[in-house]
Design a protein around this ligand. Structure first.
Ligand code: HEM
Length: 140
C-alpha cells in the first residue's frame, strides 16, 4: 500500500492545484449527468462556479497541500457544519462518492491511489450523513 497520507503525497498524486481543478470539474460533470446524483445536484445552486472553487480550495489543504481555503474564504471549514442545513441520506453520501469515483476514473491515476482516495473520502461523507441525521432526525 502506498503511503498517500504522508505529508503532501496525496496532493502531488492528484496533480496539485491544476489536477484538483480538473478533478472537481469532472466531479460536478458526473453529478450533472448521473441519474443517481440528481437529488444531490438539486441541493446545489444552479451555477456551480463558487461551489467548485470552494471544493478545490478545501481539498487542497485536506490532501496535505497548501491550506488556501481559509486564506480565500476568511476562515476554516467544518464539513458537518457546512452541510448541516441539508438533509443528506446514506444514499446521498453514496451518490457523492459515486460521482467522485466517476471523476477519478476519467484520469490516468494509479488504481491504488483511486482506491485510497475513495476510502478516505468515505469518512467525511459518512460523518456528514450522520450529523444530518442527528440534526434533521431522519432515519435514512
Ligand atoms: C455526503 C454527501 C455530500 C453532499 C450531498 C454534499 C452536498 C453539498 C452541497 C449541496 C453543497 C452546497 C451548499 C450550498 O451552497 O448551500 C456543498 C458544499 C460543499 N461541500 Fe459537500 N456534500 C457532500 C459531501 C462532501 C464531502 C465528503 C466533502 C469534502 C471532502 C464536501 C465538501 C464541500 C465543500 C468544501 C463545500 C463548500 C462549503 C462552503 O464553503 O460553504 N462535501 N456540499
Amino acid at each position: 500500500m502506498s503511503d498517500y497520507g504522508f505529508e503532501d503525497t496525496t496532493y502531488k498524486a492528484v496533480g496539485g492545484y491544476d489536477g484538483l481543478v480538473k478533478l472537481v470539474d469532472d466531479f460536478y460533470e458526473a453529478m450533472d449527468t448521473l441519474p443517481e446524483a440528481k437529488r444531490i445536484r438539486d441541493m446545489h445552486p444552479s451555477d456551480l462556479e463558487v461551489t467548485k472553487d470552494k471544493l478545490v480550495y478545501f481539498l487542497s489543504g485536506w490532501m496535505g497541500g497548501p491550506r488556501i481555503y481559509p486564506e480565500k474564504y476568511g476562515r476554516g471549514l467544518s464539513l458537518p457544519m457546512a452541510h448541516q442545513h441539508l438533509k443528506i441520506t446514506a444514499e446521498d453520501a453514496k451518490a457523492w462518492l459515486t460521482c467522485m469515483k466517476a471523476a477519478l476514473d476519467k484520469h490516468d491515476f494509479p488504481d491504488d491511489f483511486k482506491a485510497y482516495l475513495l476510502e478516505q473520502l468515505a469518512f467525511p461523507a459518512n460523518r456528514i450523513h450522520q450529523v444530518s441525521q442527528m440534526k434533521h432526525g431522519h432515519a435514512d
